[in-house]
Ligand binder design. Sequence first.
Ligand SMILES: [Zn+2]
Length: 476
Amino acid sequence: MCPRRIALDFADEGGAHDDVSRARLRSPFLDAARAAHGDGGQMRRDAFRVPVDLEPEEQAVFAHAARWYAQLYGDREVTTYLHDCDRPTERRGVRVGGWVDLTVVGADGTLELRQLDLWRSRAPRDDPLELVSVWLAVLRLRPWVGDGDLLVSWADLVGGARHERIVDLGAELETLRARYDEHLETLRARADAGDPRPGSGCAQCRHVGKCPAHPGAVRLSGRRGDLRPGILRLSPTSLETWRRCRRAWHDQYLLTVPASDEGGSPDHGLLVHAVLRFLHDHGSCHDDAHVADVLEAHSGSPRLRDEVLRHADRCPTPAEALGHEIDVARFAPATPATYSFLATARLDAVWIHDGILDARDYKTGAVLTPRVADDPRAWVQLWVLAPIARERGLGLRLRYEHLSADIAEDPDPWEPDGEELLAVEARLRAEIVAMRDADGWAGVADPEVCKYCRYRSICPDSTMPGEPQWPAVAEA
Ligand SMILES: [Zn+2]
């Protein structure tokens, strides 16, 4: 992570906007769980009333999570214990924050921590203490637990998975403290307020205002009750989503509710990208022996081999690599008629040859537009790259490499001139104004769009409403 961001987060330099979208679901859910165990004894299932002020998509998550909660925890007789970790804990001059979800005491006196996930975040493989959010919460509960046992439970209440184990704090405290000290030391060593390193992390950073890497940025907070951050963020995918359906954009980027449906598996695409990166980092894709070695190491299927060969046909040579899978960020200050925004993009490969900065995007899916210039994702990619090309006095080109053998021709590459780049910026600014000024989030309700949407089952405007594809609780 960017050293400046660590330094400012670490020093708790306020910054703009917190994780308000997740709190929308988490707070009422924890309130319900606390009420359900308020008096001890049997869990009161009726405590999980779906809040009417949530959006329908959030309500679907809430109702689903309540069913999994009852399934995973309903048979334990526990009483709510109100911990005091909603505010950061002071620990040797450091304020330790993060969410501590639910603490309960069993009928037999067992103390239990339940960390509940409602967003399909990264799950532990086995031990819940693999997650920083879990072991940090355990450390903060030390005054409550003392040197005794704590049952630590982490559950994905959307996917229906639970990982738990008993932590003997008397025996494990030293290990946990050592882990904490080690993390703290790493953070202290990396933190440097004077060393901003812009990249994809800027999309989540709370300190873009006044960042020297983004001249002109001022600190802006979102309006109260409005989930839009003070400085709107753009990525190639988020712009594509926004133009496809505002409701989908709102669900994914503002509410951050977990997708209810499959959107096509990205696994093969990820593999192709990883292999091409490895290939170029360690040699040339035009070296047959090297290609054979890499394919063998990745147990390459005939399909993968085919895609790598198709790439090699298109790969510029000789060329200097500016980088592979590089993250670029660019800030746009407000103008009298538009708002500021920050765009980030990842480029699969950026080459320098023949006086141009030649960016490549590897595609494993279908061709969507006959020209790269017509794809909104490309507008963001080129706009963030433009200053890098200008600084080096290079022309700019973006090419899509469609690697599947089913696709005969790539879309026309794009080599915009200065005027075209200005037009791109104007288009991006117009989208930002529309995002900022939108006063509702109606979906497009177009069967052709809805049928591929990752929210099609739970969106109120969907033409294909249905049961979400989340793992369901088996009927008793
Ligand atoms: Zn290559």
